[in-house]
Design a protein around this ligand. Structure first.
Ligand code: C5P
Length: 254
């Protein structure tokens, strides 16, 4: 449910303009065989379109850059043209790379001047509420170079010595204090120059963009995430996503 009492970031001329980059070039093998994950349908609409609408729902976001599978940019362009999207938002499609990191970099390279705040949002998180998007933008506007939406963990986490073979028992080497841990979601928000510098200087495997900014020695802040911003990774997540959409339709009906 949205909280109308909280002011949403204005899109006025004095406010920094925000662009969203959506890496959507992954195959999503953990979801099983079929179309690239971003193009799988949720409630009859491709996951990617849900994710694009989730970013465009913020009045602060004036441009959405979709990073498409390298051989699927034309298909993604056709898809965006075929779905109703807010008129105040511009859309760009660029072909992606071999890794998520490379895909985000290609999206950043395509950004025109004039957008000083950049969101990076996984196509695989189609249902993030607009209040979460706005909270991330607000924290960047308040001066944080990088912002992540994050939730406390329900499960205790163990660090293990990974077994070479899947299914083999793995020795536990540590139990980090759960109260100090957060599960991190997207959209992650950045001061554009900081994110560009991170992508130019940090090498090696990273699983999120904020991690690259941490490697620059800068402080990343976490704001409250949302349970509906979960990542669609496994087949059960599709069932959950359909249930969230059904509940929204029901709530909208009253
Ligand atoms: O694989 P994972 O679920 O971590 O992917 C996160 C996001 O990164 C997805 O939206 C996926 O489409 C994207 N991705 C990408 N280019 C790749 C690999 C993943 O844009 N080469």
């Amino acid at each position: 449910m949205s909280d109308d009492s909280r002011p949403s970031p204005s899109a006025g001329p004095s406010a920094a303009r925000t662009a969203a980059v959506i890496p959507a070039a992954g195959r999503g093998v953990r979801l099983g065989p079929g179309a690239p994950k971003a193009l799988r349908a949720l409630s009859g609409t491709p996951m990617l379109i849900h994710a694009v609408r989730a970013m465009a729902a913020s009045r602060a976001v004036s441009l959405v850059v979709v990073v498409a599978p390298p051989d699927g940019a034309a298909e993604v362009k056709t898809l965006l043209d075929a779905h109703a999207l807010p008129e105040r938002t511009d859309f760009l499609v660029v072909p992606g790379g071999r890794s998520r990191q490379e895909s985000v970099k290609l999206g950043l390279d395509a950004l025109p001047a004039g957008h000083d705040i950049v969101l990076v949002h996984d196509a695989a998180r189609p249902l993030v509420p607009v209040d979460t998007v706005d909270a991330v933008i607000e924290a960047v506007r308040d001066g944080a170079p990088a912002v992540v939406p994050a939730l406390p963990l329900a499960d205790t986490v163990k660090q293990v010595e990974p077994a070479g073979t899947p299914g083999e028992p793995e020795p536990v080497v540590a139990t980090p204090e759960r109260a100090l841990l957060r599960a991190v979601q997207t959209p992650q928000g950045f001061d554009r120059a900081t994110l560009v510098r991170a992508h130019e200087t940090v090498t090696g495997e990273v699983t999120d963009d904020a991690g690259m900014v941490e490697q620059l020695g800068l402080t990343v802040v976490a704001v409250p995430g949302h349970e509906e911003a979960f990542k669609v990774t496994r087949p059960l997540d599709l069932v959950l996503a359909e249930a969230v959409l059904a509940r929204r339709r029901l709530n909208d009906g009253f």
